[in-house]
Design a binder for this molecule. Structure first.
Ligand code: NAI
Length: 687
């Protein structure tokens, strides 16, 4: 079976890629293309060949479903297909609509001509997966559009639309409508040309770029720094070497990167995000309008997220003043985006026009989806949901943005718990892509499916989770912060802990992070949970004492650090050191020298052990969901693939041994997760 079909339009052969959803270049597609080219070349009645894609686009590149399977390396390989095209004396035209990405664009670069629709997306985004293009892209693109433009696209995984592709010389012409018609029409214009351009036969490109400077400018903190440098090397080779040698070097760089832990981690996340975002079922309630209850930090961001995606949003507040404040903040955020040149004034006006403020609850009656983002207090949330139950139309989805409260209890305040769900956005909600979709015990499947789809529609990465204290992300944070506080008492300084975790790769250290999100929120949660806290367990009073002094983090210019007004730079504060020493004395702890390794181990292993419990309890559907949450929502380094992937890279046996050692030294908090113990006992390498 092949998934590229051969047709004839009088004297033009048409090879149609047909491998939904994105015409990935799997083994059967490559075979179909190779056989089709061979047949067209041999057929005297054929004078030109058009390659086009069926469905959504030309081709999205490698068939990701075949990654790590023998089919990925089955012959003919992509470079052999491209070689067959380049050897053809008959012109081959790539007619691109939708997208030509990665291997899809490399295939098109093997063709003599490329024609595009103006809105098609073209690019070589391999560095996003910690790789370089492996099908000749780094050698042919510079020869076609020049080194500077090619390097810009490849190193930064930048895509261009069809119109820009024509301007860059990446495409020869634009067409409207059906790609086969567009390709065949163009073919007729070149049939009688004496020869046809073959990029692969061109001399090396002119070296118009300072490659050493480009390499030096790569941020060492970039998740794919190695791949970026690899891309620069490859493009440099395209200026020095004949094509075949350049292709060999590109292949070598690709092979090296593909085996690196960084690329494995980034590819793991790529799949993890796609798996996580899949709606579990086919249910779909129409959602055409949205309402947000509460115009505070989160409500404003959520309203923007929907308005940005084209949804009309009604924003309800209890009083005029907070409503005005909320709307003013939304306006200011849009202005900032405009000032950065990311949005035109027209676009801002359109987006703002979609947001309708109101003080009248009945104004949300027609919304298909209502998201509550009022104060984090159960009685207030329940009262809001009772009101919503009274006014909202039947079938409306009633969502809460609560970070920690029990969704089932909120749902029980309504007469329609099947319509209630948690949509836990992260701050700033218009920017952060993670969304924990929290299913209650009685949430209807259809409501879950619809919520997952809507999330994807507004550009979020949803992860479906069940109700538990803190859901996935904040629940794991509890142990992570606990260890940071214990380490403070045992002898580490806030800056030492933050430096260690930042060097590990976290976007910021745990204490800087708690200053940013506000210490008061967790203080309230600790007070709420105090009655259920087992009294025999160690408890650090450090964060409570800091809060008792009115130090709530950046918003009060003081927390674990102090801050100059209007400046977010954390400054070490002797007053905090004093609190820590006092707490250590009271707890009878002898302070000691703490190593960086101990800091990293204790903070990261706390995440892993709790993550394993979350997997075991079925709070998530799979271990990789935990990775998505932590990388997208909590600044865990993507190049380490998330905490669960990191445990696998380290070795589950080594991870467990370290946890057991901590258990022996520090007791109950470190009881190894049973799932981890079982996995190691069974000799498994992942959870
Ligand atoms: P906020 O204090 O900034 O905003 C809450 C808003 O709700 C205020 O404008 C208030 O006037 C309004 N409000 C209170 N009672 C109301 C009522 N009965 N009807 C209508 N409006 C009412 O709080 P924030 O930070 O936006 O948090 C809101 C919710 O989002 C909380 O449940 C919180 O736990 C959750 N959340 C917060 C995150 C954060 O980083 N701030 C992250 C994720 C979730």
């Amino acid at each position: 079976m092949t998934t590229a079909t051969y047709q004839r339009r009088s004297d033009v052969a048409v090879l149609l890629l047909d491998n939904p959803p994105v015409n990935g270049l799997g083994d059967t597609v490559r075979k179909g293309l190779f056989e089709g080219i061979t047949r067209a070349v041999a057929d005297p009645a054929v004078r030109a060949v058009v390659l086009a894609g069926r469905g959504r686009g030309f081709s999205g590149g490698a068939d990701v479903r075949q990654f790590n399977t023998p089919a990925a390396n089955a012959e003919p390989m992509l470079h052999q297909v491209i070689a067959a095209i380049e050897e053809s004396a008959k012109p081959v035209i790539a007619a691109i609509h939708g997208m030509a990405l990665g291997g899809g664009l490399e295939l098109a670069l093997g063709c003599h001509y490329r024609v595009v629709t103006a809105d098609a997306t073209l690019g070589l985004p391999e560095v996003n997966l910690g790789l370089v293009p492996g099908g000749g892209g780094t050698q042919r693109l510079p020869r076609l559009i020049g080194v500077a433009a090619a390097l810009d696209l490849i190193q930064h995984a930048r895509t261009v639309n069809g119109a820009k592709a024509v301007a860059l010389g990446l495409a020869d012409a634009a067409f409207d409508g059906d790609p086969v018609d567009g390709g065949v029409e163009f073919a007729r214009t070149v049939l009688d040309a004496p020869s046809h351009p073959v990029i692969g036969r061109r001399a090396p490109a002119a070296a118009e770029v300072d490659f050493a400077a480009a390499r030096a400018a790569v941020s060492p903190r970039a998740r794919n720094a190695d791949a970026q440098r690899g891309a620069i090397d490859c493009v440099e080779h395209a200026t020095e070497l004949p094509l075949t040698d350049g292709l060999d070097r590109e292949r070598a760089v690709f092979e090296r990167l593909v085996g690196e832990p960084t690329s494995k981690a980034l590819r793991h996340l790529f799949f993890a995000e796609r798996k996580a975002a899949k709606a579990p079922g086919p249910g779909n309630r129409p959602v055409k309008s949205v309402a947000v209850i509460g115009a505070g930090t989160m409500g404003g961001g959520i309203a923007m997220a929907f308005a940005n995606a084209g949804y009309p949003v009604t924003v309800f507040e209890r009083e005029q003043a907070p409503l005005d404040r909320g709307l003013a903040l939304i306006r200011r955020n849009y202005e900032i985006t405009a000032n950065k040149g990311k949005l035109s004034q027209d676009e801002i006006t359109q987006r703002l026009a979609r947001i309708k403020p109101t003080l009248e609850m009945p104004d949300v009656a027609d919304a298909d989806l209502v998201i509550e983002a009022v104060f984090e207090e159960m009685p207030i949330k329940k009262a809001v949901f009772q009101q919503l139950d009274a006014v909202c139309k039947p079938g409306a989805i009633l969502a809460t943005n609560t970070s920690r409260l029990d969704i089932d209890e909120i749902a029980a305040a309504t007469s329609r718990p099947q319509d209630v769900i948690g949509l836990h956005f992260f701050s700033p909600a218009n920017v952060m892509r993670l969304l924990e979709v929290v299913r209650g015990a009685r949430t209807a499947d259809e409501v879950i499916d619809t919520s997952m789809r809507i999330a994807t529609d507004i550009g979020k990465i949803p992860v479906l989770v069940k109700v538990c204290e803190g859901f996935v992300g904040n629940r794991m944070l509890t142990g992570y912060w606990r260890e940071a506080w214990f380490l403070l008492e045992e002898g580490a300084s806030p800056q030492q802990i933050d430096r260690a975790m930042k060097d590990f790769g976290m976007a910021m250290g745990p204490l800087t992070m708690s200053d940013l999100v506000g210490l008061d929120i967790n203080w309230a949660a600790r007070k709420r949970l105090a009655p259920t806290r087992p009294k025999h367990l160690r408890y650090s009073a450090v964060p409570d004492r800091i809060c008792e002094q009115g130090r709530f983090g950046q918003k009060t210019n003081a927390g674990f650090y102090r801050y100059e007004p209007g400046d977010r730079t954390p400054i070490p504060d002797p007053a905090v050191e004093e609190i820590i020493e006092q707490c250590a004395r009271e707890a009878g702890i002898e302070r000691r020298e703490i190593s960086t390794e101990e800091i990293v181990d204790r903070c990261v292993l706390a995440l892993i052990n709790e993550g394993a419990r979350i997997v075991e309890e079925g709070i998530v559907q799979r271990a990789s969901d935990v990775d998505v949450v932590y990388v997208q929502g909590y600044g865990f380094p993507a190049w380490r693939g998330g905490p669960m992937h990191h445990a696998r890279t380290t070795g589950l046996d080594i991870t467990l041994a370290k946890i057991k050692a901590l258990h022996a030294a520090h007791g109950e908090f470190w009881t190894p997760a049973p799932l981890l113990e079982r996995a190691v006992a069974e000799g498994r390498t992942s959870l």
